[in-house]
Design a protein around this ligand. Sequence first.
Ligand SMILES: [Zn+2]
Length: 398
Amino acid sequence: MIKNQELIDRFFRYVKIDTQSSEETGASPSTAKQHDLAKVLYKELQDLGASDVYYDEEHCYVYAAIPGDEREPLGFIAHMDTSPAVTGKDVKPRIIENYQGEDFLLKTEEFPELLNHIGEDIIATDGTTLLGADDKAGVAEIMNLAVYLMAHPEVSHRPIRIAFTPDEEIGCGTDHFDVERFGAKEAYTVDGGKLGIIEYENFNAASAHIHVTGKSVHPGSAKDIMKNAVTLAIEFQNMLPANEVPEHTEGYEGFYFLDSMSGDVENADLSYIIRDHDAVRFAERKKTIEKITAYLNDKHGAGTFSAEVKDQYHNMADAMKDHMDLVDNAMEAMRKIGVTPVNEPIRGGTDGAMLCEAHGIACPNLPTGGYNYHGRYEYASVQEMEKSAEALIHIACM
Ligand SMILES: [Zn+2]
C-alpha cells in the first residue's frame, strides 16, 4: 500500500520529462531538454516558499535553501539527467502492486534481487525506455524533504541547501557547480540504489594511454627488421595481471581495464583505465604501467613504447575522515526506519567524489530505492523510496 502518494506522484511527474544527457554535443548542459525538468523544479521550489531559489539558466542548475538552526548548513544533491545509454522519451511508469514474485517485464530468474521485494509495490517501465529512478527518485525524495520541512517549521534542523545538477551521467555534473551559492561544506548526493547502502568510499582513478611505434617493411624480407606495433601492443597487455580486470574483481579489488585498442604494423594504441580504492595500491598500479613500458623499451628499443598516465579522481574516504558524523548520521537514520545500514565501496566515482576533490565538500551517497540503472529493466520499490525519503528527513533533523 502506498503511504506517500505525493512522493510517487511527484516521481511519476519527473520521469515523464525526458532529460537524457548526451556525450556527443559538447554543450553545457549537453542537451537543452534538461531545462524542462529544471524549470519545473525551480517553479515548485518557489511555490513551496523555499529561500534563495535560483535557476542557473545558462548551465541548468537549480539551487534552493531552507533556513534552519544555528548550525552549519547541510546539503542534498541529485542529478536531473538520465543515462545516454537508453532513451528516456515517453517513459510510461507503471506499478505492479503487492508484487508476489510473478513474471512481468522482469523475471526473478534473471533478476533475483526482485525476491527481496515480495509484498512491495514495484515501479517498472513498459520495456521501451529506462525508468529514470536514477536519479529522479533522488530528486523526488529531496523535494519531499523540502515539502516536509516547509510544512513543519516547528521541527528544528540544520539549514538545508539543495542543488539539482545536469549531466551527471556524462561525468560533467559538477563542471559548473556554484560552490558559493550552494553554501554547504557537508552534503549528501541522493543517487544510490538499494535501501540501506551508504557509500563514502570510491575508486582512485587514472587513465593510461600507451602508444606503440612499429617499423613496417615488406613481410618477405622482414626478418630481424620488422617491428609489428600490434603484436607489441598485445605483448604489453599480456604483461598485466590477467585476473585484475573488471570481470574478475569486486568489493575493494582494483583493476586495469583495457578500454580500447587499435593499430596496424606502424602504430598501435592501448587505452586503459586504472582503478583502486587503496591509495598505495593505486600508486603501484600506475608504477606497473611505467615499469612495463621501461622493460619493453629495453627489450625492443628505446621509444618503441610511450605511456601517458593521468589521474582522474580520488577516493573521498580520506577527506571524509573529519566528517564521519555524516556517515554515522546516515547509518543512524537507516536504523530509525528499521533498515540495517551497510557501507559499500563504490566501484566508480560520484558527483560527491568530484565535489569533495575539487571543492572540499564532504559528500557521501545515500540510497534512493531504485535498481538496474541505465536500462529498460530499471525499476524502483515504492516502499524503499518512501523509506529513503523518510531517512532524508531523519538526517536533516539530526
Ligand atoms: Zn545517478
